[in-house]
Ligand binder design. Structure first.
Ligand SMILES: Nc1ncnc2c1ncn2[C@@H]1O[C@H](COP(=O)(O)OP(=O)(O)OP(=O)(O)O)[C@@H](O)[C@H]1O
Length: 322
């Protein structure tokens, strides 16, 4: 224990004072040790294991060491982000919500499960290939958010032709990646209601869903259908986000409503679900999303809009189901 007391948990405090090891049992020169690796990534676990071996093997009476790792399962709150139809800005909202939640002090994971158009690597500005450790994919990181995208595993064209079981297995690889201490998981779903939605609900029991819609009637009709489906599958709908609402002219500042106004808020009322907020249609959101510098990570009005929506979402998540 004295030799182990000199070791630090990667990114943390002393191994022994954190209570991560119990005194080892030593028999026939073999030390058996139980190590609590709760919240540590595969890489941190491997580093710690190496350090323990280096510190202990060779001590008087210790010729080998067996380390059994245990971990409390981190309880994760899965929040699905869906939309009735494509192109309404669901991925943009999912990415910026994830960043806003991380900025509010939460450990956040972002899963891009949109097989029809995996766009998180572009929006989050990170298209690194994730690595594998112990058959688990290790998420990459951007703006304080851990992220995995179906686009990092295969190209979108391939995934499009997949049938149900392959879709489910790809979703499984993403969801069961090495998410470490992530407590909130934002899952960017494909638009509409298909295999990925079904698999997510059946296998991973999301705490609830956020629906993104533009204010047009057509988009709202599709959003209503998505909300209906989640409800039928017994998934709580945390609320509706209206995206691309009100266009502020960058020259004169006048606000116009190319897609109508207030439609989503009214629709939320009719459907009796919370309205989480409104994101304006701006050139800067389009540019920053496409350039991999999401506005929620910056300063100013747009960052505040996403922070406010994230705060409302958290209120809903924390509210007990009635
Ligand atoms: N509030 C906004 N203001 C301006 N442009 C936006 C806004 N929201 C999204 N966009 C832009 O609209 C396009 C579509 O957005 P995004 O990819 O997020 O939509 P999606 O609903 O996820 O689409 P898909 O169906 O392809 O998954 C992108 O070019 C994005 O930058």
């Amino acid at each position: 224990m004295a030799a182990l007391a000199r070791l630090k948990v990667p990114g943390g405090r002393d191994l022994v004072s954190e209570g991560r090891v119990q005194p080892p049992r030593i028999k026939d020169g073999i030390a058996s040790l139980i190590l609590d690796v709760t919240g540590l990534t595969a890489e941190m676990r491997a580093t710690l294991e190496r350090q323990i071996r280096a510190a202990a093997i060779g001590l008087p009476g210790v010729s080998d060491i067996r380390i059994a790792m245990t971990a409390d399962k981190v309880s994760r709150t899965i929040i699905a982000v869906g939309s009735g139809k494509g192109g309404v800005g669901k991925s943009t909202v999912a990415a910026n919500l994830a960043i806003a939640l991380a900025r509010a002090g939460h450990k956040v994971g972002l899963v891009d499960a949109d097989i029809y158009g995996p766009s998180q690597p572009r929006i989050m500005g990170n298209d690194e290939r994730p690595e594998l450790a112990d058959k688990q994919i290790i998420p990459v990181e951007a703006y304080g958010v851990k992220m995995l995208s179906i686009g990092q595993l295969v190209d979108a064209g391939t995934a499009l032709a997949w049938r149900g079981p392959m879709v489910a297995s790809a979703l499984g690889q993403l969801m069961e990646g090495d998410w470490g201490d992530a407590e909130l998981m934002i899952v960017d779903l494909p638009p509409g209601t298909g295999d990925i939605q079904m698999s997510l609900v059946q296998k991973y029991a999301p705490a609830g869903a956020v629906i993104v819609s533009t204010p047009q009637d057509l988009a709202l009709i599709d959003a209503t259908r998505a909300i209906d489906l989640f409800r039928k599958m017994n998934v709580r709908v945390f609320g509706l986000v209206e995206n691309m609402a009100g266009y502020a002219c960058p020259h004169c500042g006048e606000v116009s409503d190319p897609f109508g106004a207030g439609g989503a808020e009214a629709a939320a009322k009719v459907m009796d679900i919370p309205f989480l907020g409104r994101v304006p249609l701006t050139l800067s959101i389009r540019r920053s999303s496409d350039a991999g510098t999401p506005p929620a990570a910056g300063e100013g009005e747009e960052a505040e809009i996403f922070a406010a929506i994230a705060a409302r979402l958290l209120d809903e998540v924390n509210r007990k189901r009635m």
